[in-house]
Design a protein around this ligand. Structure first.
Ligand SMILES: *[C@@H]1O[C@H](CO)[C@@H](O)[C@H](O)[C@H]1NC(C)=O
Ligand SMILES: *[C@@H]1O[C@H](CO)[C@@H](O)[C@H](O)[C@H]1NC(C)=O
Ligand SMILES: *[C@@H]1O[C@H](CO)[C@@H](O)[C@H](O)[C@H]1NC(C)=O
Ligand SMILES: *[C@@H]1O[C@H](CO)[C@@H](O)[C@H](O)[C@H]1NC(C)=O
Ligand SMILES: *[C@@H]1O[C@H](CO)[C@@H](O)[C@H](O)[C@H]1NC(C)=O
Ligand SMILES: *[C@@H]1O[C@H](CO)[C@@H](O)[C@H](O)[C@H]1NC(C)=O
Ligand SMILES: *[C@@H]1O[C@H](CO)[C@@H](O)[C@H](O)[C@H]1NC(C)=O
Length: 399
């Protein structure tokens, strides 16, 4: 009796594991937005059709593929919510267009994904944020119009997912934002906005772990990639950045952001005509925090204003005497290795660390940066830095 019961249980287990496997092997069920009433005429709002397709796909107990065929789709602010019952693919073959008027957005998200596991976003299509009007409208400094402009693609609480082979142009705010994500691979993506478009970060990462970014082509108006509080285990490789503000860690140490930034590796990047190359930036004054284990390696600079920079005195709205190198963010274990090319300003290497918690274990290895403009050659300036340098050092003078 006992043995036949356990035999039955074993059978049930076998059955369950077979059906589980079958749903993994089966091809995905396709949910085309066209079957949910999308018009793809470039002007009718297709948001509801997309949301209905998502809801059905998300409920499907197996692999789902949301299909967005060739065509142009006007979408208002939409958020695709999980958790879902199986792996989700969001296949964008067409063009998604945002409304131009930023006052139509009630959230700072244009297209959002939340609480989804095993998501793949791909398809060769692109997102057009239609930012031109919003950038002019959001004139925070002169006319005090400071709208929370929508980020084109927001990922919140997303795990085990891939974002690949898509493009984004003219985002109103950042192109892509990751918050509280884990195990995300981002590759083969093109992000484009004009050099003078405000706040159009390429990829902005916060509170996220295990993110791999590769094969990126980014030309935008703010940081190509920025990593803030809580960014850990981030690997970035094969990135072209320009125009833009470079690849940046920070700004760190705002009073409400204390999570550490750790294990960031940036290798094989080219920066061209950018404001910064590779940068770590913290507020001064700041809350106490830690940024450690950071490597920038094999990076070519072409006409970059601040190719290698640590700035612990960041305080754009402080009075001129305000920044006094009193950041409490400890920066340690940072390596700049194999960094070469041209600087568009005389100071090619600038490491300005905190007087209170000096940078520790900073390494400069094989640096070769030229400045050909007036007042050359290039120089390096450091303060409050403990570290070493070896290999080629042009310009020299630090460490
Ligand atoms: C996501 O994938 C993992 C690993 O394959 C699996 O354990 C989990 O059940 C999947 N979740 C969904 C919602 O597909
Ligand atoms: C990107 O997507 C397009 C359109 O679906 C496809 O033809 C192309 O092969 C994809 N490229 C990669 C590298 O996956
Ligand atoms: C991301 O890529 C790494 C290998 O580079 C792989 O180990 C990991 O499983 C990938 N993650 C996802 C979500 O596909
Ligand atoms: C970086 O480029 C070198 C060749 O210059 C290559 O050997 C290495 O695999 C690349 N690393 C990554 C992470 O792409
Ligand atoms: C160098 O970069 C600046 C932007 O930082 C740009 O205005 C200038 O045209 C570039 N010079 C060359 C020679 O490309
Ligand atoms: C620092 O990075 C190295 C390799 O990049 C890794 O082996 C080590 O565990 C990291 N240290 C910490 C404290 O995470
Ligand atoms: C800094 O690196 C040393 C070894 O080089 C390691 O022992 C230490 O844990 C690292 N500290 C941090 C905070 O990553």
């Amino acid at each position: 009796m006992a043995s036949s019961t356990s035999f039955g249980i074993v059978l049930v287990f076998i059955f369950l594991s077979i059906t589980a496997d079958v749903s993994k092997i089966l091809p995905p069920k396709v949910f085309s937005v066209m079957n949910y009433g999308a018009r793809s005429d470039g002007s009718t709002d297709d948001s509801q059709a997309f949301l209905r397709a998502w809801n059905d796909a998300c409920e499907w107990k197996g692999k789902s593929r949301i299909m967005i065929p060739w065509g142009t789709y006007m979408l208002n602010s939409v958020t695709f919510l999980g958790p879902c019952n199986g792996e989700m693919t969001f296949l964008i073959r067409g063009i998604l267009k945002a409304p131009t008027n930023p006052t139509l957005f009630f959230t700072n998200t244009w297209i959002g994904f939340r609480y989804v596991d095993n998501l793949t976003l791909e398809g060769g299509g692109y997102l057009d944020g239609q930012g031109t009007f919003a950038w002019r409208y959001n004139d925070c400094y002169r006319n005090n119009r400071c709208l929370p402009l929508p980020i084109s693609l927001r990922f919140d609480f997303i795990r085990n997912s891939n974002i690949q082979n898509i493009s984004s142009i003219n985002s109103k705010n950042a192109h892509i934002n990751l918050f509280a994500c884990n195990n995300i691979n981002i590759s083969n993506i093109k992000l484009t906005a004009p050099a003078n478009s405000p706040n159009t970060d390429g990829i902005h990462i916060g509170a996220s772990n295990n993110v791999k970014i590769s094969r990126m082509n980014i030309g935008t108006g703010d940081d190509c990639i920025s990593m803030v509080s809580g960014s850990q285990n981030i690997d970035i490789s094969d990135v072209f950045c320009g125009p833009g503000h470079g690849i940046s860690i920070g700004s760190l140490g705002r009073s409400f952001e204390k999570e550490y930034v750790m294990n960031i590796n940036v290798v094989n990047a080219t920066l061209k005509n950018t404001q910064n190359g590779v940068r770590i930036k913290t507020w001064s004054p700041s809350s106490s925090s830690l940024a450690s284990n950071i490597t920038f390696q094999n990076i070519m600079m072409e006409n970059v204003s601040n190719p290698v920079i640590i700035d612990q005195d960041y305080c754009p709205f402080c009075p001129p005497m305000g920044g006094q190198s009193i950041s409490l963010v400890q920066i340690r274990n940072v390596t700049f290795r194999d960094i070469w090319g041209t600087s568009s300003s005389k100071v090619a290497v600038s490491l300005q660390c905190s007087r209170v918690v000096p940078c520790q274990n900073v390494k400069l290895v094989d640096i070769d940066l030229a400045y050909k403009g007036p007042g050359g050659p290039a120089t390096a300036t450091c303060s409050n830095v403990i570290g070493t340098s070896y290999g080629k050092q042009v310009p020299s003078g630090c460490l």
